[in-house]
Design a protein around this ligand. Structure first.
Ligand code: ADP
Ligand code: MG
Length: 320
């Protein structure tokens, strides 16, 4: 893994809510202007991983590993200092609508407060700037929205409003947790284009969680596939989506509905609720190509060439 020039280094992070780990040994790096998409079924630890990086989720503890933000190692820092540093440099748009905001205070107050705390509040230009950001997210009627409270808005509206604030803050890193899941296809595309623009214009590095593999292909410089709290495959969209080497990635791709009327291949069962636990491959019980030994032995994430990493015995065979 090349760390040179990385704005964020996530090294072997194991994190959980008290009773055991929900994310184990997660490692990735993020360069300025790079977009990493995280995919995987619900419950695989995508949100937990983002929250572990941000360090602001109550009850979530990083049990081991290393986080380096802009050259600064975060975990040895006192809690308050870490929080300050993260909120200064990283924007987190949460998955749960409204979690990014206080539900009973107007957006206007919260936007002003947040912009002020980042030294980006410009009173005369405020409404024009917000209107511009809202417009990019497909929102109109700026004044009415600003004078509403988050509890009055739908999930999709809240997400777009949170993303608009992220546009205005222009932090170094954006962690966006399923930012388009509540949006219809055309708005989804508009939001995705805006994320790309942010990357291109501001060099903002992003980790975007999505269930939509087509969106990940469009957005990502690299895609990370998570299963049961572990990263099981990592690479460019071409590597992961066109030459998937992990049986789970193949199963995810085969489950995508298409417009040609063919029924996608389903994937029976669900990820384990207990997170990463056993000594073997967590996907083995559901794996259509499981081999003798897969349930007992876990293959570590291995570079099989060109920065394409897989943790599957099928895909990593013969890797150096
Ligand atoms: N606040 C919490 N307290 C305890 N367990 C949690 C909490 N949030 C998530 N989990 C558990 O952590 C695991 C991973 O969840 P999550 O990170 O939300 O997955 P994803 O975002 O991939 O759907 C799940 O088993 C979930 O039940
Ligand atoms: Mg989630």
């Amino acid at each position: 893994m090349s760390d040179a020039g990385s704005i964020l280094i996530v090294n072997n992070i194991t994190a959980g809510y008290g009773e055991g780990a929900m994310v184990a040994d997660a490692s990735f790096t993020l360069a300025s202007g790079e977009i990493l998409c995280l995919v995987g079924e619900s419950g695989c630890g995508k949100s937990t991983l983002l929250k572990a990086v941000m360090g602001t989720a109550p009850g979530l503890q990083v049990l081991s590993g290393e986080l380096v933000l802009d050259g600064q190692s975060l975990l040895p820092l006192p809690e308050k200092e870490r929080r300050l540093l993260c909120t200064e440099k990283i924007g987190l748009v949460s998955q749960s609508p409204g979690a990014s905001f206080n539900p009973i205070r107007t957006y206007r107050k919260q936007f002003i407060e947040t912009l002020k705390s980042h030294g980006k509040y410009d009173r005369p230009a405020f409404e024009t700037m917000v209107a511009e950001a809202f417009g990019k997210m497909g929102l109109s009627d700026t004044r009415r929205i600003l004078d509403s409270c988050p509890y009055e808005m739908s999930g999709g509206m809240n997400q777009r409003i949170a993303l608009s604030l992220a546009l205005l803050l222009e932090q170094e890193i954006l962690l966006a947790d399923e930012p388009t899941s509540a949006l219809d296809a055309t708005i989804q595309l508009q939001v995705a284009k805006e994320l790309l623009r942010l990357r291109d214009v501001s060099g903002m590095a992003q980790v975007v969680v999505t269930h939509n593999l087509a969106l990940a292909q469009f957005l990502a410089d690299r895609i990370g596939v998570m299963y049961a709290g572990r990263l099981v495959e990592l690479g460019t969209p071409a590597q992961v989506l066109s030459e998937p080497r992990h049986a789970y990635t193949r199963a995810l791709i085969a489950a995508i509905p298409t417009l040609d009327g063919r029924l996608p291949t389903g994937l029976d069962g669900a990820p384990p609720l207990s997170g990463p636990s056993g000594a073997g491959c967590e996907f083995a019980p559901r794996c259509p190509v499981r081999r003798a030994g897969c349930a007992e032995k876990r293959y570590s994430l291995t570079n099989i060439g060109g920065g394409h990493l897989t943790a599957c015995s099928c895909g990593s065979e013969g890797a150096s």
